[in-house]
Design a protein around this ligand. Structure first.
Ligand code: FDA
Length: 504
């Protein structure tokens, strides 16, 4: 990977000079410095975003070790016309935490050094810095407070900053809601470079917006205080794969009606890939109960005690990611996170399903031509339970009552020469079968194909934002835009899909 030739501009030089009294120079990496490239790619997960055709790297990377460095980056950025992209875990599915699609001079603030987790077992809460990963959060919680856990995503390398800002779906959401539903306080640096130390200082509106309204629009969140949730000493995992000959299509068709209404401490998600369906469980309890429940409710799976693996919740979060390999590794591998190797190119899209698809429709999906994709995968995450009982306007995330499940489409391929095909043709086919008016999408599975902002008169226009924004946030989009109009009227924090400012 080659950074573009010097992108330094006079505004860039002024920005870097402006930082120097407040930010030690070793924390500001310019393209000439040996650590620039390793740090830039350290948490990028998708080869698409380091390929020369799509990369538009930052003029420098600021790697704060405390809040004042973040404040300086905002103040200097404002003063010298340099925008910021903020990165926590780097998992953005369009890579916009580290690159800009538009020719824009920007610096990246990489929060990886800010990754403390402070657990309060008595209160069942934790303060977690944005730069921590989910693995670090899970590990710290389970070590400090066995019996407590946190409902968030499945992949331990995902960053807290982006994930909680955009919602955070995981295998305990049917019991406890999204990660964002469990945020009880936060600290943020606003568009003027002020440090707002708690929700009182930020006010109800801004505190509402950062709990699901998507990262990168409202300020730089430094930390979240989260409510921890009870987990039993034993949880149960199973993984059952069915081919089409073994009734995969029938099982998925039936699953759609059953999974959202199972007891809320049982989640069964599905991966559909290579004409097979793989069903995976998280049950907050032991094997015998899950076998009995599914024997009655989803006999198509044929779950037996031999399919079960009982373990602690911490072992579970490691197991679901590392698989059997975890048996020979210490659990603190959950803490290793920034030495990722880049492999494939990925494209993600998402849908919400409100009405079960028919068996025939599933048969078409299972056999969809993969058109050059190395792999096309659908991940089906059931809703229902607690997810259905939270009002749409309680948080910016509106996909609540009536949603049966979320679909994540993932196409992967090798090499920069091909472009996604499986995902686009299947996504077109799915249109009449999924949520409508508008067709919804999940903000954390960012997809720039559904719309990008146009900048009009120096700010992102509300009209252009509505196109993608109402798909992620439905009726909450307007409130998000009004809040943006109050807290960042000049649209300093902007990107291809940031919430545009709106004024009544
Ligand atoms: P990253 O650092 O790239 O940030 C994402 C966005 O948030 C960017 O716009 C960024 O600027 C902004 N941002 C980051 N930190 C910020 C901060 N401190 N303040 C303000 N804005 C900030 N989702 C899910 O719900 N459940 C799951 O199980 C998974 N699993 C999963 C696996 C893998 C391999 C990938 C690549 C992605 C997922 N996701 C997911 C999606 C994930 O939740 C989503 O990409 C998050 O935004 C990632 O957060 P990061 O901090 O890692 O990303």
């Amino acid at each position: 990977y080659m950074p573009a030739p010097s992108r330094a501009t006079s505004s860039g030089d002024d920005f870097i000079r402006c930082l120097s009294p407040d930010v030690p120079s070793q924390l500001v990496l310019t393209p000439g410095s040996p650590s620039f490239e390793p740090v830039l790619v350290s948490s990028i997960r998708n080869a698409r975003f380091v390929a020369p055709a799509t990369a538009r790297p930052p003029l420098c990377i600021v790697t704060p070790t405390n809040a004042s460095h973040v404040q300086a980056a905002v103040r200097c950025g404002r003063a010298h016309g340099v925008r910021l992209r903020v990165r926590s875990g780097g998992h953005d599915t369009e890579g916009i935490s580290s690159r800009s699609e538009r020719p824009e001079v920007f610096a990246m603030v990489d929060l990886a050094n800010l990754h403390n987790v402070h657990v309060n077992p008595q209160e069942a809460t934790a303060w977690v810095d944005s730069g921590a990963t989910l693995g670090e959060l899970y590990y710290a919680v389970a070590k400090a407070a066995p019996g407590l856990g946190f409902p968030a995503g499945v992949c331990p390398t995902v960053g807290v900053g982006g994930h909680l800002s955009g919602g955070g779906q995981g295998l305990m959401m049917r019991k406890y809601g999204l990660a964002a539903d469990n945020i009880v306080d936060a600290t943020i640096v606003d568009a003027d470079g002020n440090l707002l130390p708690d929700k009182k200082a930020m006010g109800d509106d801004l505190f509402w917006a950062i709990r699901g309204g998507g990262g990168g629009s409202f300020g730089i969140v430094l930390s979240f205080k989260v409510r921890l949730t009870p987990v039993p000493p034993t949880v149960t995992f199973f993984s059952i794969t069915r081919s089409m000959n073994q009734g995969a299509v029938e099982a998925v068709t039936k699953w759609q009606a059953v999974a959202p209404v199972l007891p809320d401490d049982l989640t069964v998600r599905v991966n559909v890939q290579q004409r097979e369906a793989n069903f995976q469980s998280l049950y907050l309890g032991n094997c015998s109960a899950v076998v009995a429940t599914l024997h009655e409710r989803l006999p198509e799976l044929g779950v037996t005690p031999a399919d079960c693996r009982e373990m602690s919740w911490l072992q579970y979060v490691a197991y679901i990611y590392f698989g059997d390999a975890i048996n020979t590794m210490p659990l603190d591998v959950l803490l290793l996170n920034r030495n990722l190797t880049l492999g494939r190119f990925y494209k993600n899209k998402s849908d919400y399903v409100m009405k079960a698809l028919t068996k025939d429709e599933w048969e078409k999906i299972f056999t969809w031509p993969n058109g050059g994709a190395l792999e096309g995968q659908l991940v089906l995450e059931p809703h229902g339970g607690r997810m259905g009982s939270i009002a749409d306007a309680d948080t910016p995330f509106p996909h609540r009552d009536g949603v049966l499940y979320n679909i994540q489409y993932v196409e992967s391929w090798n090499g920069n020469s091909s472009t996604p095909s499986w995902v686009n043709t299947l996504y077109d086919f799915m249109e009449p079968l999924v949520s409508k008016n508008p067709r919804a999408a999940y903000a954390n599975y960012r997809d720039l194909d559904i719309g990008v902002n146009k900048v009009v008169g120096g700010v992102s226009s509300y009209e252009s934002g509505k196109v993608w924004g109402e798909r992620y946030f439905r009726g909450n989009f307007k409130r998000l835009a009004l809040i943006k109009g109050k807290v960042d009227a000049g649209d300093y924090f902007r990107n291809e899909q940031s919430v545009p400012p709106l004024h009544l």
